[in-house]
Every structure is written in C-alpha cells, then in structure tokens.
Design a protein around this ligand. Structure first.
Ligand code: 8X3
Length: 256
C-alpha cells in the first residue's frame, strides 16, 4: 500500500454495483483511487478486479439504509484511505409508481431510506474529515424528479426533492470549509432503474424508453467527471441532464 502522498485523490462511490454508480466508478478510474460501495459482494468483486487494472480500489459492502453498517464499513478503511476527497452519493432507486392513496408503505420506506436517509448517513460520516482538511467535493445524484413532481411519482419525487434540499443545505453549511457540493439531476437514463421501479416487469420497464433515444449511464458519469475536473475557482452547483427528446420529466418527443 502506498502512503497518502503517493496516492491519487480518493473518490468514494455509493451504489457502484450497477447503473450510473458503476459508470461513474469506471469514468473516474483513470484519475482517482476508488472506494466502491454497494450491497452485492459479487458485483463489487467483479468491478474491483476490472478497475484494479487502472487504479487502486477498495470495495466496501454495506447497505446505505443501515446507519450502523455505513459507520462500520467506512471506519474499517485502512488509514491510507481515510482521507476521502470526493464523495459520490449515488445509491438509490425507485420502487413502484402509483397514486398516493394506493401507495405501498414498504416501497415508500425503501425510497426515503435509501435515496435520502442513506445519502445523509454516508455524508455524516465523511464530511467531518473534509471539514477538518478544508477540502472536498460532494456530488449528489438526484433526479429530474427532484425538480418536478409528476403524477404517481409522489414519494419518489419527495425523496429526490429531499436530496435537492439536503444538497442546498450541505452547500451552505460546508461553504466555510472550501467544500464543493454538486447536484446532478438525470432524466431518462436507460439502466436497470425502471426494472426495479416496476418490480421486474420487463415490458413496463421497456415502455419508459420506447420511441426515444434515452441517456445512458456513461452520459451521466461524464457529467460528474466534468464537474469534478473544474478548476478550484469553479463550482457547478446544480446540473439537470435530460435525454435530448425530453423537455420535462414527462414531456417526451417519442417517435412512432
Ligand atoms: C429517474 C428519472 O424521470 O423516472 O430519476 O424521474 S424519472
């Protein structure tokens, strides 16, 4: 293990085992030492052996919804890895899509617990070090659903509006410590997202992207990398990235 001064900057990515998080880990592998985090050990192992060809990688298996697991995992890091420069709060998902009066309370808990509370738990552990060192950059992956409420999106939108508010709060609180805080709000990105939202109903999941050329995870990863690469005097605060065929969350120019 190299010592801290010999290492690249360290980036920790949550939800790195799939979709946007996995693409972000890949995108950052040329320039950062990586801490990849997720729930599925075998996915973490696969990504780790792939990315180790490019950079130093540690994987941490935990569920962001469990504050004790978050704390235990991050405090298990070897000393040379404890000064985290970049935090990418990506873990999260949508569960279900339906009217409020028919909502499934377990789905609501899952969304609030991972999308919002999980992001807060991880940030709570990592920000004190950034504050102490007076440096750092946090990127929260939110959604167009954190900017616009759409029919049946209710609690998912609420969780992402929460991320937007938490991001603004972080930016204010961390301002004296030279820490940048960026929110990235993707629109329609073709990942396993809709499959999870519709609980494995492939047809419904596919219909979300029908008749348009959606974003792919790499499109978002490149935007994150761009935000991280800005010079010290530039902070990108809030970036919404839609598919070109999208004018708003639900205004989509579909062909055919
Ligand atoms: C995912 C995008 O449009 O389903 O956050 O809200 S959308």
């Amino acid at each position: 293990m190299k010592n801290r001064t010999e290492m690249k900057k360290i980036a920790l990515v949550t939800g790195a085992t799939s979709g946007i998080g996995e693409a972000i880990a890949r995108e950052l592998a040329d320039n950062y030492a990586l801490i990849i985090c997720g729930r599925r050990q075998e996915k973490l192992d696969g990504l780790k052996s792939e990315l180790e060809k490019k950079t130093e990688v540690i994987s941490l298996q935990f569920d962001v919804r469990n504050n004790a697991e978050v704390n235990a995992a991050i405090s298990s890091l070897p000393i040379a890895w404890t000064e985290i420069d970049i935090l990418i709060n990506n873990a999260g998902n949508a569960h279900g899509l339906g009217p409020i009066h028919e909502g499934n309370v377990e789905d609501w808990d899952a969304m609030i617990d991972s999308n919002l509370k999980g992001l807060l738990y991880v940030s709570r552990v990592i920000t004190p070090g950034m504050v102490e060192r007076k440096s750092g950059h946090i990127v929260n992956i939110s959604s167009i659903a954190g900017k616009e409420v759409y029919e049946n999106g209710n609690v998912y939108c609420a969780s992402k509006f929460g991320v937007d508010a938490a991001t603004q709060g972080m930016r204010l609180d961390l301002n004296p410590y030279n820490i940048k805080v960026t929110c990235v709000n993707p629109g329609l990105v073709k990942t396993g997202f809709s499959n999870v939202r519709f609980k494995g109903d492939e047809e419904k999941a596919e219909s979300v992207y029908k008749g348009l050329d959606p974003l792919i995870a790499k499109d978002i990863a490149e935007v994150v990398k761009f935000a991280l690469d800005r010079p010290a005097n530039v902070a990108l605060t809030d970036i919404t990235v839609l598919a070109a065929a999208q004018a708003s969350a639900k205004t989509v120019n579909r062909k055919g």
